[in-house]
Design a binder for this molecule. Structure first.
Ligand code: HEC
Length: 119
């Protein structure tokens, strides 16, 4: 019956969405690390409200990451790409909510060894 197939399709789509939501949960661990890094290194100067202000300067995910990278340099923290990604994803998840480039989010969630490979 055609109608049954339609119902089945809806069930499949809902299942796929549920899986996507669960996969998002996999970012949690790294965003938590980002939160800890941020709190220990960045909280002393600006309160986190700087990221929620109306005239915030970061306009997309790459901007946020650029700022994290800039402060990493300014403070001489020697964070690697992994820490910078974690803090960027944490700030983005918590305040900015910009679209996260799949390369970053995928790499962060899976901690894939081929990080940074050209694409
Ligand atoms: C020395 C003080 C200081 C420290 C330490 C500091 N910041 Fe900042 N941060 C600022 C100031 C001041 C601004 C606002 C700059 C502006 O308005 O142009 C800012 C702005 C930002 C922004 C942009 C906010 C926006 O409007 O979207 C980001 C992102 C950011 N900081 C991240 C970090 C991170 C990550 C760290 C830790 C690695 C850090 N900051 C440490 C002083 C600091």
């Amino acid at each position: 019956m055609l109608r049954r197939h339609w119902v089945l399709a809806v069930v499949v789509v809902i299942a796929a969405l549920a899986i996507l939501l669960l996969a998002r949960g996999a970012f949690g661990a790294d965003a938590e690390r980002g939160a800890a890094l941020y709190e220990s290194r960045c909280g002393e100067c600006h309160t986190t409200s700087v990221h929620g202000r109306a005239k915030r300067v970061a306009k997309d995910f790459n901007d946020v990451r650029g700022w994290v990278n800039r402060w990493n340099d300014n403070l001489g923290l020697h964070w690697g790409d992994e820490e910078i990604d974690d803090v960027s994803v944490y700030l983005n998840n918590t305040y900015y909510r910009y679209a996260c480039p799949p390369t970053v989010c995928k790499v962060v969630s899976l901690a894939a060894p081929d990080r940074g490979s050209p694409h």
